[in-house]
Design a protein around this ligand. Structure first.
Ligand code: RIB
Ligand code: CA
Length: 311
């Protein structure tokens, strides 16, 4: 039985690779894509999500626009990383498939209420505004969510947008706080893991060697967005943050982590947006998330490359 998921996203090149990996994997049934403002503004993230569906020949996937700003804060974007379109590196044509009329939050609530409890997994890979908004409007859905597998946060790896905070959490810390408190099972894919998923030159060459449009496009995207991490961290390649969530669904054995307590800082002068991960279990606070820390990078890239070959 395929894993039925909804991806909530702010594409972003790495988001785009996550969507392609999901679409290339028969173990996964993508019920819909909900878009949120994050890497770039909502009009672009909603267009980019459709560009990726069209690239994969999957105009059947319903794409919804959600929140264009955090619950209570001004939007912070990341054009410095992803370029002004959010998908710089390749010129994909403007999408011709339409956006759905429904708001993303309405789609999330309606789907979770309609489908059997526990049968739908949410995969948020951008700021958590849409998910928190759905929980606030319909608290009953918390008990119906099968699992939330989110890319966000950091602990040993510390922050990437501030010294303390990872971007997805930082953009909307109040939304993240609500998600981590909602009681649904959560898997956190933090920078601790995704900074080990680096697209080195051989891995990029393997994408290109696929000889298909998906491989060439992913190679061009990662060529573009690696420059930020290369400059800042001296990394040998772009960190493929968001696809790690889909890879965990497909092959959890490629990852390792601990069930621990994770709280979100929302008021710290220097630490707002920090995921305070109690890895050493010193707080006495109840565990509320599987916090991943390690990844078999070779295994991840062979899975990703093999799946991209199918597109
Ligand atoms: O910090 C990395 C996260 O922020 C990724 O989801 C990337 O796409 C950006 O949204
Ligand atoms: Ca993202």
């Amino acid at each position: 039985m395929a894993q039925r998921i909804i991806i909530d996203t702010d594409p972003g090149q790495d988001d785009a690779v996550a969507i392609l990996l999901a679409l290339a994997s028969p173990e996964i049934e993508l019920l819909g894509i909900t878009c949120v403002a994050g890497n770039v503004g909502l009009p672009l993230t909603a267009a980019n999500a459709r560009r990726v569906c069209e690239l994969a020949g999957r105009t059947d996937i319903p794409v919804f626009a959600g929140h264009d700003a955090p619950l209570r804060r001004k939007l912070v974007t990341a054009e410095h990383v992803h370029g002004k379109t959010g998908l710089d590196g390749v010129d994909l044509p403007a999408p011709s498939m339409p956006l759905q009329d429904r708001h993303a939050v309405g789609f999330l609530i309606e789907t979770l209420r309609r489908e059997p409890a526990g049968s739908v997994t949410l995969v948020p890979i951008g700021p958590l505004t849409n998910i928190a908004s759905a929980l606030a409007r319909a608290p009953d859905i918390a008990a119906r969510i099968g699992r939330i597998v989110l890319m966000g946060g950091a602990y040993f790896e510390v922050g990437n947008i501030t010294p303390a905070a990872e971007f997805n959490i930082y953009v909307d810390p109040e939304a993240a706080q609500a998600v981590f408190a909602c009681g649904a099972p959560i898997t956190v894919v933090p920078l601790d893991v995704t900074h080990k998923a680096l697209v080195t030159a051989p891995r990029n060459a393997a994408f290109r060697a696929l000889g298909n449009r998906a491989g060439a496009t992913v190679a061009a995207w990662t060529d573009f967005f690696e420059r930020y991490d290369r400059e800042k961290y001296g990394s040998p390649g772009a960190p493929l943050h968001d696809p790690c969530t889909i890879a965990w669904l497909l092959r959890p054995e490629l990852f390792s982590g601990r069930e621990i307590n994770v709280e979100i800082e929302t008021t710290g002068q220097y630490t707002t947006g920090m995921t305070v991960a109690d890895w050493w279990r010193v707080s006495g606070r109840p565990a509320n998330a599987l916090f991943l820390r390690d990844l078999d990078a070779e295994g991840f890239f062979s899975l990703l490359t093999e799946r991209l070959r199918r597109l």
